[in-house]
Design a binder for this molecule. Structure first.
Ligand code: NAD
Length: 351
């Protein structure tokens, strides 16, 4: 990994720089490379410090901190989830993150993570599906056509070769926006009138709706044999998307059980209900899909290691692209104990 030289200057990746970085690298290449880094970090799962994210809930939403470390680098993401925001012209999910050097605690990167979260969530979904969906899955229903949806479609195309998307949203204008944004990119796109018709003939179902309640986006009768469900939107206590009966018919794969049992679809099930950790499938310790009739469910909530992977991937791109600004974030006088003297010298310079 190329390193930015000056320890006291923290590279800052703004929204504008993040967009330019993604486009410079290329959306598909970015998603593929990011998916590789996410997968690489799942492979070394045991080397990470892990804790369920620290959530501050309110009536309207949640604000969360997501920390982890591999002993060399430390990362955290600040992220919110406020389903009502969209109606007020704001994002449901916004985020920023920091990567630091464990050796001295100094930050190495501060970056926007709203766009990066959409990319890492889509890349992680595609990594899970690569291991769990039927081979040759080409068609995906996307239920919930908001901010995350196009990223999901692009990642599934770049990583699995999905080329047909069937869209449904309770707000048709969201599906029309999604279809417009995906036009001319090699997809066959159909806007559907119901979730039921969207899932017809789909190999994969992605649910990525936002509603702060126990919603039932999919009922049991809608899920046929062999389907892979990528359940992204249920990611908070009291916020789920799938009918409980679907869970009982599926083999369930999760990121980090202590967090998913609080936040995921499996909050509907007893605390000891058996689930498989995705990292164990990726490392070959546990089986993923065993036959073509099995229903596999990736109960995604988003875990700190995925943000860590995204942070270290972005950092690896900075020196070569220069797509960052230098942030004067750290008060670091030449004589470390003379912090107050630094303030006095500033006062003198201003006088
Ligand atoms: P968004 O508000 O931009 O879009 C959500 C869409 O869902 C809207 O278009 C809305 O009309 C639609 N919707 C709501 N209820 C519906 C229903 N019953 N049927 C069909 N459509 C419905 O939100 P977003 O940024 O796209 O995020 C979507 C969800 O994904 C959120 O709940 C968010 O918390 C979650 N999320 C999860 C992860 C993860 O890692 N698992 C990461 C990012 C976001």
């Amino acid at each position: 990994m190329t390193v930015i030289p000056n320890l006291n200057i923290v590279p800052f990746v703004s929204v504008d720089h993040m967009m330019k970085l993604v486009l410079r690298v290329g959306i598909d290449t970015f998603l593929r490379e990011l998916a590789d880094v996410v997968e690489e970090d799942f492979r070394r799962w045991e080397s990470f410090d892990k804790t369920p994210r620290i959530a501050s809930h309110s009536k309207e939403g949640v604000i969360e901190l997501m920390p982890t470390s591999d002993g060399t680098l430390y990362g955290f993401k600040y992220v919110n989830g406020h389903p009502k925001n969209m109606k007020e012209g704001r994002q449901t999910v916004t985020a920023f993150g920091v990567l630091s050097d464990v050796g001295n605690g100094y930050p190495l990167l501060l970056t926007e993570m709203t766009i990066l979260t959409a990319l890492r969530t889509a890349a992680t979904s595609a990594v899970a599906a690569k291991h769990l969906a039927r081979k040759n899955s080409r068609s995906m229903a996307i239920i919930g056509n908001g901010a995350q949806s196009e990223f999901q479609a692009r990642a599934f195309k770049a990583i699995l070769g999905v080329d047909t998307v069937r869209l449904f949203d309770i707000d048709r204008s969201a599906s029309e926006k999604c279809a417009r944004n995906l036009a001319g990119q090699g997809f066959t796109i159909e806007i559907c009138d119901s979730a039921q018709s969207a899932v017809e003939g789909a190999d994969i179902i992605t649910t990525v709706t936002a509603d702060k309640q126990y919603a039932t986006i999919l009922t049991d009768n809608m899920v046929g044999p062999g389907i892979h469900i990528n359940a992204v939107g249920g990611d908070c206590p009291g916020k789920t998307e799938l009918h409980r009966d679907i869970l009982l018919r599926s083999d369930i794969f999760v990121e980090y059980p202590p967090q998913t049992r609080i936040e995921g679809e499996i909050q509907q099930l007893p605390a000891d209900y058996p689930v498989t950790e995705l990292w164990q499938v990726i490392t070959g310790q546990k089986q993923g899909r065993v036959n073509d009739r099995q229903i596999t469910l990736f109960d995604s909530v988003g875990f700190a290691t995925e943000d860590f992977s995204a942070l270290r991937y972005v950092r690896s791109k900075l020196a070569a692209t220069g797509l960052y600004t230098e942030l004067d974030l750290l008060a670091d006088p030449d004589e470390p104990r003379d912090l107050f003297g630094m303030l006095l010298r500033c006062e003198a310079a201003l006088a």
